[in-house]
Every structure is written in structure tokens, then in C-alpha cells.
Design a binder for this molecule. Structure first.
Ligand code: ZN
Ligand code: ZN
Ligand code: FE
Length: 740
């Protein structure tokens, strides 16, 4: 691993043990030539493993004896380039406590300097152009270190020894603030930015992997402008807090959540809101909150604090809807004209665009929802090696995965693949990642859906390809993460994915073994009237369920539910005839239908809104009282929620009580189906994946219940359970089927 202070550590350790020789980075990893007494060498190599820098990871150490060279000292040699191997640069690291102190000390030479960094922190992936990870190969190459910085860089006892982006106010990048025709630089830029934000302005802030839009989260007018400009009427915005203590003023935070919040990856952490939390996530019990993770953010919060402000800022990606995040001032001004009253820019280039990551803690474990800054390009270890396989990913939450040897590298979150700019960002990133890793995809796995952009891209590469069913890929992502070959019973619950029968799957129970899988259970299939539009006009799925339950009588029994809605008769005819209404077993759509039937809105303002709000209603957890029918039909165990539909209509409950019963019933149905399928398939291993398992209540209920019943339960941790993790499962499938 490069860029985490490993070689300096080796050098210090060698001196401590009286070892001579040298160390160098190569694309194949770190090489150490160590010369000394055998017992010293032994202690040295033991310490390499146990005392390694916190950000480093040692995958393997290979040792072989050499004739003594008679070196008098231990030195760090120039990096060697050459053919690619196992080395990889680390992800960007949030500012460390020591650098945070440096910028806050008036007599420090980096006082108030927004680009302070060291071997423990700072930009990495976002500034790297090529390997090895040396300053010359980063966007810092244009800044020549001053004598003071060069001294630190060359001093093995200094924290900044070989810190590639090392810089200071004398030699490094600088910020500027532009608002309208006025430009502020140097010491005036941050105070002015703080002043503007407090006066209600939205500021675009250049962060590590792109621009963010920042405003006072308590300023309703600013929030409203942001929603309109980003064309996001209801979708939640992330928040940034000065520190964990500041976040705790408006959110609850467990010890594990605090550790994740303060981790070097510094993702936005989903936290339970307190009463006084700003209105950034209407209808939800949680908000995504991240730490001020760069010196620039820290200094901005310090300026705000000087003016008496101690609240959080909205900190959302500067983009339109789900387009790629802007990485230059020009893009911000072009894509979001007139929005940013101020642009806080700087002249350190961003080579790799990378959004903020989002994660949550469940059962004490961090779990990723959006995998980008702070995680990319960290690899997921695979159980075995092989050639270079590409997993192309899905249509929503696009991200690809490249397997090299026994490591799988996921790209950063790309975005919704049908948004303008996402496909070219995908292609550009694929090229960059292949270059960084020194590989070229030899095989490619893609979704079964022929119209996904990623499917088209995979097929255009001119390599052997394999189509992988969406829900199997979800389960395979868990198998890849935990190195399971199976058999395993996979519960893949999500919004949408094409089944091999041409219907829309999404509530599947699959028995998987390596690349082989079989569908053994599913949610009862009903019509999806109008296809994708039903995910927005969620009353349509309620209608579909009601017609399935009540048949021709549905108007007498439930017609009133649809009063005042346009298009009900047309939708009913579509459901009857099947026109533009494929069958679906989507679990996401069942959440939509139940949410509406239990008094929720008829339309969703953003993807999965109904499901997220339904979960948020369950303050006290889940309840019993409702039950799915479970039966076998054509060899398939069917989870049939018809009794729930009837109960919701005929014995209506307060919305929150209904939501609690629904969660309880779904967990019980999943457990009941597993209990039927487990003896048939001879396994007690269960994998849970798919976007529905971002529902923390359901995830907790299912893992707890299944574990108590004696099953071994596996879930996604390093990659998202949503479609952002599909590519890992596809790679697993490519490796297994194509023998790659
Ligand atoms: Zn540092
Ligand atoms: Zn300097
Ligand atoms: Fe999915």
C-alpha cells in the first residue's frame, strides 16, 4: 500500500533494530532489502506486521535470503515504475488530529492553511494520475516544495516524511472565493465565505473529489432554493457538522457510529435525528451526517464559530439530480447557473472525481450505502485469484468492479446511468482504473437487462461476456465478500431487476452454489401497471394488489382508496389486460403499495421514499399481528401478502402501527420461507442483499430472527446491498462461469 507512510515506518523500524539496506515502492508492492543479525531480522519482520501504520494493510509478505551487500545505512530508494503488480494507492484520508492542531495554532507555519496533510491524512486517490504514488504522478506535481517542506519530506523522523502532497502556505495550493464579480483570496476568502453562508447564501465548496453545495441547514429559504435548483423536491440532503460533539446536539450517536463518523474514510453516517434536527430529510427518522473532513472544512467551521454559529451545514454534491458531481468552478457555474452565491475554489486539481460516501451502523458493524470517497480504490479480498474480470454494474447507482488476482476493485459511485454525463464518466473511470491497476478486462459480466447502459458497454469491449441475473448478483456480492461458495439461501429483496422469465423480479429467494443458482421462493407475482412509472405513482401498485385480492369486486371493497386520483380506470384496464404491465415480484413495490394503503402519499418524490418513510414510522420496532400466507406453487415457495392487504383495508390501523405490523410480517414471512427451503437445500447459510436491506429495522429483524433460529446469516458490509454492490457479484459470477 502506498501513501500511508509505510516506507518511512520501515526505515524507522530498521534503524531501531540496527538493520541496514533499503526499501522502495514498486508497482508490485514494497520491497525491503534488510541486512543484519538473524535474530534482529526476525524481530524486524515480526514488528513489520504488528506495528504497521494504521492506514496500511499487509496482504502478504514474501521473504527470501540474499548474500550480504555490506550496506552501512538503511535508506528509502526512489520508486520504481514498470509493469503493474499488486500495489495500489490508498483512499483519501480525513484530516488527522495532528494536522487539525497544526492549522489551529497561531504560531504554526500552517496556521489557517486549508491544505495541511501528512502521512496519516490528506488527498490520495482523487489526486493520483498514475502509479507509483509519487508527487510527480499527482496533481500536486505543479507545486514545488519550499525548503521547509522539502526538509520535512526528507526527514525520516518527521510526520511528513515522504508525504507526497506535503505543502504549506509558501509553496502549496491556495483558495479563492468568487462571488459575482468580486474575488477574495488569502486570509479574506474564508471569513467572507462564512459571512455569505450566514447571510443565507449557498456556497459551492471545492472538496477532495468534487464540489459540494453548502448552506446553513437551519435556513429554510436557502434549503428551498437548493431543492428547486437541484430539482430535488423531497430527497434528503446530507449534513456536515464541525465535530462529533456538534452532531450529537441534533442526532443520536452510538460509540460505533461515532467511530465511523471520525474514521479516516469519514462517510456521511445515517444517524437518528433528535427533535431539533434541521429539516433536511422530511418524513425520515434519520439524517446523513459527516464530519468536517478536510482542513478547508475545519477552517470554514472555525470562521462560522467566530460568528456564533455552531449548527450543521447542508453539504450536498454539486450536481443536478444524480449527474456526476462537478469538479471545476466552470462546471458549477454551467450546470447550476445562478445557484451558488459564492464559489470557494482552489488550485489543487481533482484528477479522479469522487462523491462523498454514505454508511450506517447495524449490529455494531459499518455498512456502506454509497461507496466513494474514503473507500475507493480499496479492494475487497476475494477467496482466490484469477484473470481480470469486469463486473459492469447496474442501471441505478452505477459502479463497476475490476478483479485483479484475488482482489476486487470497485469504482467509485458513478450515478444513475440514465442521467446525462454518467455514461461518459463511467467510460473515463473504467479507462483510468484499468490504467491505475495495470490491467485490461479479459472477461465481462453484465446484467441480464439488455438496455442497461453498463450492459451495452460490457458488450462493446470485445471480450467474452456473460449475462448475470440481477438478484443472483446481489447474493453473489455477499458470497464474494464472505468467501462463501455455497450452497447458500439468498434473500434478494429490492426494487427491480429483470428475471429470466421476462418479468420484473425483486422479492426472491434463491439457492446459490458458486455460479449455479435456482429460484426457490418469491413474493407473489402481480401486475406492474405502466412499468417504471409505478415506482413514482405508487398508488398503481396498491391498485394491482387490491385487484389481485378482491378480483372483480375491488371497486366495492376498495374503490374509495383511489378517490381523486387520475388514471385509475386506465390503470385497472392495464392490470386486467396485462398491457404494458409485466408481472412483478418486487419487494420495493410492495412497500410502496402498503405505504399508500396505510394512509401514505400516492406518489413518491424520490426513489424508495415510501419504503424509507414507512421504516421511519416504526419508532418502537416491529409488531406481530399480520401474517403472509406461505404456500408452495409450481415448485416455488410463495410469500403472499394478501391477508395484509385485506387487513389494511378492512381493519385500518394508525399508519405507524400498520408500518410496525408490516415489518413484523415481512420478517416472519422471510423466516418461514427459509425454514421450508433450508431442509430441501441442505444448508443453513443465509445471505441477505438487495436495496430493501438498507432498511435497518428489517435487516436487524431478519438477521436476529434467523440467527436465533440457528442459521448463519451473512450480509453486505464493504459494498452496498443496493445496486451499487451488484458489480462485485457479477465479478464473482464471471470468475465462476467463465473460469476467468
Ligand atoms: Zn495529518
Ligand atoms: Zn512549503
Ligand atoms: Fe437491485
Amino acid at each position: 500500500m502506498q501513501g500511508v507512510g509505510f516506507r518511512p515506518f520501515v526505515s524507522r523500524l530498521a534503524k531501531e533494530h540496527g538493520i541496514t539496506g533499503w526499501t522502495a515502492n514498486t508497482p508490485a508492492g514494497v520491497i525491503i532489502e534488510a541486512e543484519g543479525e538473524p535474530e534482529k531480522l526476525e524481530r524486524f519482520s515480526a514488528d513489520l506486521k504488528t506495528r504497521r501504520p494504521p492506514q496500511s494493510r499487509i496482504d502478504s509478505i514474501t521473504m527470501s535470503p540474499l548474500p550480504a551487500a555490506g550496506d552501512a545505512v538503511f535508506e528509502i530508494r526512489q520508486s520504481r515504475s514498470g509493469q503493474a503488480g499488486a500495489a495500489i494507492i490508498p483512499a483519501d484520508l480525513a484530516v488527522c488530529p495532528a494536522c487539525a492542531r497544526d492549522i489551529a495554532e497561531p504560531d504554526n507555519r500552517r496556521f489557517n492553511y486549508p491544505f495541511a496533510n501528512c502521512t496519516d491524512c490528506g488527498p490520495r486517490f482523487t489526486i493520483v494520475k498514475s502509479l507509483p504514488y509519487d508527487r510527480a504522478n499527482t496533481t500536486m506535481s505543479e507545486f514545488e516544495m519550499c525548503a521547509d517542506c522539502a526538509r520535512e519530506f526528507g526527514d525520516p523522523d518527521n510526520r511528513r516524511f515522504h508525504a507526497q502532497p506535503n505543502c504549506c502556505p509558501v509553496c502549496g495550493p491556495h483558495i479563492t472565493l468568487e462571488c459575482g464579480a468580486r474575488t477574495f483570496s488569502g486570509e479574506t476568502a474564508l471569513p467572507e465565505a462564512a459571512r455569505l453562508i450566514l447571510s443565507g447564501a449557498i456556497a459551492a465548496v471545492k472538496s477532495l473529489g468534487g464540489f459540494q453545495l453548502a448552506c446553513d441547514a437551519a435556513n429554510a429559504a436557502a434549503l428551498d432554493r437548493l431543492r428547486k435548483a437541484k430539482n430535488r423536491p423531497a430527497k434528503p440532503f446530507a449534513l456536515m457538522a464541525a465535530c462529533a460533539a456538534a452532531a450529537k446536539k441534533f442526532c443520536e450517536m452510538s460509540a460505533e457510529e461515532e467511530a465511523l463518523f471520525n474514521s479516516p474514510a469519514a462517510p456521511a453516517v445515517m444517524l437518528r435525528k433528535k427533535e431539533n434536527a434541521p429539516a433536511v430529510s422530511p418524513g425520515l427518522a434519520t439524517a446523513a451526517v459527516m464530519a468536517a473532513y478536510t482542513p478547508l472544512h475545519r477552517l470554514l467551521f472555525a470562521e462560522l464559530a467566530k460568528r456564533g454559529f455552531d449548527g450543521p451545514l447542508v453539504m450536498t454534491s454539486a450536481n443536478l439530480r444524480d449527474e456526476p458531481i462537478c469538479i471545476s468552478k466552470e462546471q458549477v457555474l454551467q450546470r447550476l447557473p445562478g445557484l451558488a452565491g459564492a464559489v470557494l475554489d482552489h488550485n489543487r486539481g481533482i484528477h479522479n472525481r469522487c462523491d462523498d460516501s454514505v454508511a450506517f451502523v447495524q449490529d455494531g458493524q459499518p455498512r456502506i450505502i454509497r461507496r466513494a470517497r474514503g473507500y475507493t480504490p480499496q479492494s475487497v479480498r476475494l477467496g482466490r485469484g484469477g484473470g481480470c474480470a469486469l463486473g459492469a454494474g447496474g442501471q441505478m447507482k452505477g459502479a463497476f468492479c475490476l478483479a485483479r488476482g484475488a482482489e476486487a476493485f470497485l469504482s467509485q459511485h458513478i450515478g444513475e446511468m440514465d442521467e446525462p454525463g454518467c455514461e461518459s464518466f463511467y467510460l473515463e473511470t473504467l479507462e483510468k482504473m484499468q490504467a491505475l491497476l495495470g490491467v485490461k478486462a479479459e472477461t465481462a459480466a453484465h446484467d441480464l437487462h439488455p438496455d442497461y447502459a453498463a450492459t451495452r458497454i460490457a458488450k462493446s469491449l470485445g471480450v467474452k461476456t456473460v449475462a448475470v441475473q440481477h438478484h443472483y448478483a446481489h447474493i453473489a456480492s455477499v458470497m464474494a465478500e464472505h468467501d462463501i461458495n455455497g450452497p447458500v439461501i439468498g434473500l434478494a429483496f429490492d426494487g427491480t431487476g429483470l428475471g429470466p422469465d421476462g418479468s420484473i423480479w425483486g422479492g426472491e429467494i434463491l439457492v446459490c452454489e458458486g455460479a449455479k443458482w435456482e429460484r426457490r421462493g418469491a413474493l407473489k407475482a402481480v401486475r406492474l401497471p405502466g412499468g417504471d412509472v409505478a415506482a413514482v405513482e405508487i398508488w398503481r401498485m396498491a391498485l394491482s394488489w387490491i385487484m389481485s385480492v378482491y378480483g372483480n369486486n375491488w371497486r366495492d371493497k376498495a374503490g374509495r382508496v383511489f378517490g381523486g386520483l387520475d388514471g385509475v380506470d386506465t390503470a385497472a384496464r392495464m392490470i386486467e389486460s396485462g398491457f404494458n404491465s409485466p408481472y412483478t415480484t418486487s419487494m420495493g413495490r410492495l412497500f410502496d403499495a402498503m405505504s399508500f394503503l396505510c394512509g401514505g402519499p400516492a406518489k413518491a418524490g424520490y426513489e424508495a421514499q415510501a419504503a424509507m418513510e414507512f421504516e421511519s414510522l416504526c419508532r418502537g420496532g416491529a409488531d406481530d399481528g399480520w401474517n403472509f400466507d406461505i404456500y408452495k406453487e409450481n415448485g416455488l415457495w410463495v410469500m403472499d401478502p394478501s391477508p395484509l392487504i385485506r387487513a389494511a383495508l378492512e381493519n385500518p390501523l394508525p399508519r405507524a402501527a400498520a408500518a410496525r405490523r408490516f415489518h413484523g410480517a415481512l420478517c416472519a414471512a422471510a423466516a418461514a420461507a427459509v425454514q421450508k427451503i433450508s431442509p430441501e437445500s441442505g444448508t443453513k447459510k443465509i445471505a441477505l442483499s438487495g436495496g430493501v436491506f438498507q432498511n435497518r429495522l428489517l435487516l436487524g429483524l431478519c438477521t436476529g430472527r434467523l440467527a436465533r433460529a440457528g442459521y448463519e446469516v451473512y450480509c453486505n458490509r464493504q459494498v452496498p446491498a443496493n445496486d451499487g454492490g451488484l458489480a462485485l457479484g457479477q465479478v464473482y459470477a464471471a470468475r465462476s462461469t467463465l473460469g476467468a
